[in-house]
Design a protein around this ligand. Structure first.
Ligand code: MG
Ligand code: MG
Length: 631
């Protein structure tokens, strides 16, 4: 598999782009004419720079408004093409993209266009150049790859071929299986892009909202399966126009791009087993069986405060690490909830504490095969993580998460870690508050980074994304996106903050990019749990009484129930599947909190309609900047 990316896809000046693209492991670049015009080197220098980075130029683009022109525009178009052929010779590339004509002057007719391409093919061949024809979704006469292919076929010149672009085909909902009949060697390059489904002008959608395969909603896997069936084995080239990417980090956008292509081709190989696809061998997407633990980094004083909060939620101090200052707080039966508090003065946890303050820096996920999980993550460009081990400590496979945290993987062979590395502590009260498991983990990041996180999780794990939801914070918008495994055993909510005045944005800023902002626990009886919590001295986040008046009106709940919810500060929601109850802790540190939920029936959401009320309550409870915190 040869991978390529258009220089317009990422930010930075030309040099930065090339460095980021080469470092991410791409084989080639599409040179966009504007990128190269803005650069002050000659075409020969640009070509040399590209090759010095170990890259090849897979495509020179775009050449517009060529086919079907009346005279004198026709002759001018040919002259223009000849000049570009010269530039391409100096650059050192042999493939030019010609996109379908959008000029109002353009005349229709498949044969007229085919004749123009036949002549262009002859002229290009003299320069050792090939031209590829791409149907733009908004082309004046040609906006469907099937028509573009017919023109290429009738042109009948070996230097004229087809260029496919997943966006143009999918945006017009053209049946991708029509690609299967095209001979693979007549396809000169394949461009890939995904996009969120938005009903808008095609040109505007394409120029601003494209994203990496897997980040959007288009059927890129099906498109690529059809391409693979043709026998095409040329470069897969990302052509992504996205405002956010243009403003983002060149390094991380390039890494995302490469990851998206590897994950895509791994999917295609599994879904088209009869086709030989050249993609690194790796285990299939990993099934997560649950959250085994969440680990906090803290100093002694804050570790104690955290312990007190956990204790008020029914957790017991269950075990102490044999070699390190690490304690385990536990609730529920075996396989319940393990919360680890790490106050050591060395290692990654300590560095994380120094940077972010007390924070949930690591998550442990239960999987069938921890080593295989890391193997897949590595094949997708994730960074493995390991720390120096003390005597008798297990090697627990782990990777770095997107935000700099750590994800550990626990399989059956490692499940004994709690006994091997830890000394049990004599169990004392409290005896629990009915919390059974981790329901979801919520991570917060800057909105621009959200797609990076999404791709990371969905590429490595067998998960799907739910539609993005807007959460209104009084100070701005927060975008929320859920990633879930099919059985709900892994549920992550990603919250993208657009500014630092929102609660989410403030958390990202004040904790210097710590990511886990809340952990939600499941109970099967929220009323009983909240009664126990009250006995244990737990102080819930106080919800405005007005919320409950509205609740009564919206859901037609029994007045007695509403009164109980109000007294216990429990939020309520309902969907077609069932009911949802939420109870929040007060903030800990720079805006971290716990949530307790009960899903009754088949409620599938996360209480998004309640988020504005929760956020308002948290903001009321928050000290002004520079003041000690309340909780
Ligand atoms: Mg294209
Ligand atoms: Mg939540």
């Amino acid at each position: 598999m040869k991978t390529s990316i258009a220089t317009v896809s990422i930010s930075g000046d030309f040099r930065e782009k090339l460095a980021a693209i080469a470092n991410a492991g791409f084989d080639g670049v599409e040179i966009f004419e504007t990128d190269f015009l803005a650069f002050d080197g000659t075409p020969a220098e640009v070509g040399r720079m590209v090759r010095d980075h170990g890259l090849q130029i897979t495509l020179f683009q775009p050449f517009r408004d060529f086919e079907g022109m009346p005279e004198p525009q026709r002759r001018k178009a040919f002259d223009r093409a000849e000049r570009k052929f010269d530039v391409m010779g100096e650059l050192g590339t042999d493939l030019m993209l010609i996109c379908s004509n959008v000029s109002p002057l353009a005349l229709g007719g498949i044969d007229r266009a085919a004749a123009d391409f036949a002549e262009l093919g002859q002229r290009a061949a003299r320069h050792g150049i090939r031209v590829g024809y791409e149907a733009l979704a908004w082309g004046r006469h040609i906006n469907d790859h099937r028509d573009a292919w017919e023109i290429v076929r009738r042109a009948g010149h070996p230097s004229v071929g087809l260029i496919l672009d997943s966006f143009h085909t999918s945006a017009r909902k053209i049946d991708v299986n029509s690609i299967r009949a095209i001979p693979g060697d007549r396809i000169f390059i394949v461009q890939l892009a995904d996009a969120p489904l938005i009903d808008m002008d095609l040109l505007y959608w394409s120029r601003h909202f494209r994203n990496m395969p897997g980040e959007g909603d288009l059927p890129v896997v099906d498109f690529m399966r059809a391409v693979a069936a043709t026998g095409y084995d040329g470069p897969l080239s990302l052509e992504i126009f996205n405002d956010q990417f243009r403003g983002g980090s060149p390094k991380s956008i390039a890494v995302d791009g490469r990851r998206s292509l590897v994950a895509l081709m791994d999917r295609v190989r599994r879904e088209e087993p009869g086709i030989r696809i050249d993609v690194p061998d790796m285990p299939d997407r990993i099934v997560v069986e649950g959250v085994e633990f969440v680990e906090f980094a803290a100093n002694e004083a804050e570790g104690e405060e955290l312990g007190a909060l956990l204790s008020s939620m029914g957790f017991s101090l269950a075990a102490e690490h044999r070699n390190r200052d690490v304690s385990v707080w536990r609730q529920g039966k075996a396989g319940g909830i393990n919360l680890v508090v790490n106050t050591s003065h060395e290692g990654f946890a300590h560095s994380s504490y120094l940077v972010h303050g007390t924070n949930a820096y690591a998550i442990g996920l239960r999987v069938a095969d921890a080593a295989a999980t890391v193997a897949r993550a590595r094949a997708l460009g994730a960074e493995p993580f390991a720390e120096q081990r003390g005597e008798g400590e297990l090697a627990i496979p782990a990777i770095r998460g997107v935000g700099g945290g750590v994800i550990y993987f626990i399989d059956d062979r490692l499940a004994d870690v709690w006994n091997v590395e830890f000394e049990p502590v004599e169990r004392t009260a409290p005896a629990g508050a009915g919390l059974l498991a981790v329901d979801h983990v919520a991570q917060t990041m800057n909105y621009e980074e959200m797609l990076t996180w999404l791709l990371f999780y969905t590429a490595i794990f067998r998960t799907a994304k739910l539609p993005m939801v807007d959460v209104v914070d009084p100070a701005g918008l927060v975008r929320s996106q859920v990633i879930e495994s099919p059985d709900g055993r892994l549920r992550l909510t990603l919250n993208g903050a657009e500014n630092r005045k929102t609660l989410a944005g403030r958390f990202v800023a004040e904790s210097f990019g710590s990511s886990v902002q809340h952990v939600a626990f499941a109970t099967d009886d929220i009323l009983e749990t909240s009664a126990k919590l009250e006995e244990l001295g737990f102080r819930p986040l106080e919800i405005s009484p007005n919320y409950y008046d509205d609740l009564e009106a919206r859901f037609d709940l029994a007045p007695g129930l509403v009164e109980t919810l109000r007294r216990r500060n429990i939020l309520y929601d309902r969907d077609e599947g069932g009911e949802f109850f939420q109870l929040y802790s007060r903030n800990f540190g720079e805006g971290f909190f716990f949530e307790i939920v009960e899903r009754r029936g088949g409620y599938a959401g996360y209480g998004a309609p309640n988020a504005p009320f929760r956020i308002a309550a948290q903001k009321r409870a928050m000290p002004p900047k520079g003041m000690p915190r309340l909780s």
